[in-house]
Design a binder for this molecule. Structure first.
Ligand code: 5AD
Ligand code: SF4
Length: 442
């Protein structure tokens, strides 16, 4: 344990990039308050689990983990366990009743209260704060970077979501949409560049509705300001909602070569009937028009997406519409999920989760198989070309191979030679799989 009075915190993070970014904010708040962060769970006095509620299996994973942590606590009764993030917000004090090993529950907008709550916990109490805020952006907090490579970092530019897609729990766990002061974003970005970071991803549930002080600055202006920090800084962003992705944003990307040629545009379904039930506020035709606009102005843009199979009342014909939109767009990459009903969402209240599990699985398998083919086709097009790679680390398989990504966000692996992490390297692609481009520096 500890050799002085400092308490050591181990943070385990589940779910989206926003959660990973929040864990860095929590680390900053706690280290400002005389706690230390440890990378070794065995050294921890306190374990924080930053949780995700997006699908039931994400919550089940945390429940299973809590059984293991409970066993750790039996061996070390002084160990404290905290649940942070979306599960804390969704389940509130119910989680304290259900999980006897848990000492503290803190929702995504209450992290500033953590040091105070931990004092109560040290006093032997159980503590909770799950108040959502209309203003909190943690804009003034400089996150403690927990990433390993020190090359790419995430900057949270806004919090919350109020799109209320029928299936989605996020508006309930992360509250109303609010944008962070651009000056704090730019200061953080500049500092990261000075520290040697070469790739920043601007994060929000829906970055296209970023607004500061009544439209003086929207997302295209912010993106442009970050891109101008230095041509050697790569800038990415996620996630965009198809209903809000503007011509102005696409034109901003065109103007800045260091804004990556990669857009994540979750389609969810190719069927207009499903999109309407999902409350997505666009239809297939609108989505395809946006894709056509992107491809016209940024012909080399990589496009990725999110897809849900088996949403309420989805028929085989609806599913085929999803398969056909995938072919039509030719996604480079997709995150693909089975619909999982979340309590209290619009869909849970209004519709029946009536697609049988076997059908959901069958359709998901078809979607995954198709995406595999589309990714391979997209990757094969790169064979023979030269791509610029920002090196992020060694390849998983060998210390003689480096790994990084190109502007389109594809993983590229090539022999190390004399190159190092953080270098930009031009790599000629000679081979590929559905997941990786393989080549050699030129
Ligand atoms: N079931 C399955 N997938 C979901 N997503 C969000 N809510 C659900 C749900 N209830 C997916 C969407 C979203 C991604 C982050 O997670 O595709 O874009
Ligand atoms: Fe959920 Fe829709 Fe908001 Fe994305 S835009 S977080 S899917 S409600």
């Amino acid at each position: 344990m500890t050799d002085n009075n400092t308490k050591y915190i181990y943070i385990e993070t589940y779910g989206c990039q926003m959660n990973f970014s929040d864990s860095e904010i929590v680390s900053s708040i706690m280290t400002e308050n005389d706690y230390s962060i440890t990378q070794k769970i065995d050294n921890a006095d306190i374990i924080f689990i930053n949780t995700c509620s997006i699908r039931d299996n994400a919550e089940q994973r945390v429940r299973k983990r809590l059984i293991q942590l409970n066993a750790l606590k039996k061996k070390n009764p002084d160990l404290k366990i905290g649940i942070l993030g979306c599960m804390a917000e969704r389940l509130k004090s119910k989680l304290l009743e259900e999980e006897q090993s848990v000492d503290v529950i803190v929702g995504p907008d209450a992290y500033r209260d953590l040091p105070k709550l931990m004092l109560a916990v040290e006093d032997g109490q159980r503590a909770i704060n799950v108040i959502l805020s209309a203003e909190e952006t943690y804009g003034d907090i400089s996150p403690v970077r927990l990433d390993k490579n020190k090359i790419s970092a995430f900057i949270s530019i806004m919090r919350g979501c109020q799109n209320y897609c029928a299936y989605c729990v996020v508006p309930y766990t992360r509250g109303k949409e609010r944008s962070r002061n651009p000056e704090t974003i730019l200061a953080e970005a500049e500092q990261l560049f000075d520290e040697g970071y070469r790739e920043l991803t601007l994060l929000g549930q829906n970055v296209n509705s970023y607004r500061w002080e009544k439209k003086i600055m929207g997302f295209p202006e912010l993106l442009s300001r970050v891109a101008k920090i230095n041509p050697l800084l790569r800038v990415r962003f996620a996630t965009s909602h198809p209903k809000d992705i503007s011509d102005k944003l696409i034109q901003t990307i065109v103007r800045h070569p260091n804004v990556c040629r990669s857009i994540h545009l979750p389609v969810q379904s190719g069927s207009n009937r499903m999109l309407d039930l999902m409350n997505r506020k666009y239809d297939r035709e609108w989505y395809l028009e946006r894709i056509a606009f992107i491809k016209k102005h940024i012909p080399d843009c990589g496009i990725s997406t999110d897809i849900i199979s088996g949403f309420c009342s989805e028929t085989e014909a609806d599913h085929q519409q999803t398969m056909s939109i995938m072919r039509e767009v030719g996604y480079e990459y997709a995150f693909m999920f089975k619909y999982s009903e979340r309590p209290d969402t619009l869909a849970a209240k209004k519709y029946k989760d009536d697609v049988p599990e076997v059908i959901k699985s069958k359709r998901l398998t078809e979607i995954i198989d198709l995406q595999q083919q589309l990714s391979l086709t997209a990757n094969k097009k790169n064979i023979g070309s030269v791509v610029e790679v920002l090196v992020e680390g060694f390849s998983k398989k060998s210390q003689h191979q480096l790994s990084g990504r190109n502007s389109q966000n594809k993983v590229v692996v090539f022999p190390k030679e004399n190159f190092n992490i953080g270098d930009y390297v031009n790599v000629k692609i000679s081979n590929c799989t559905a997941a990786t481009l393989i080549g050699k520096a030129v």
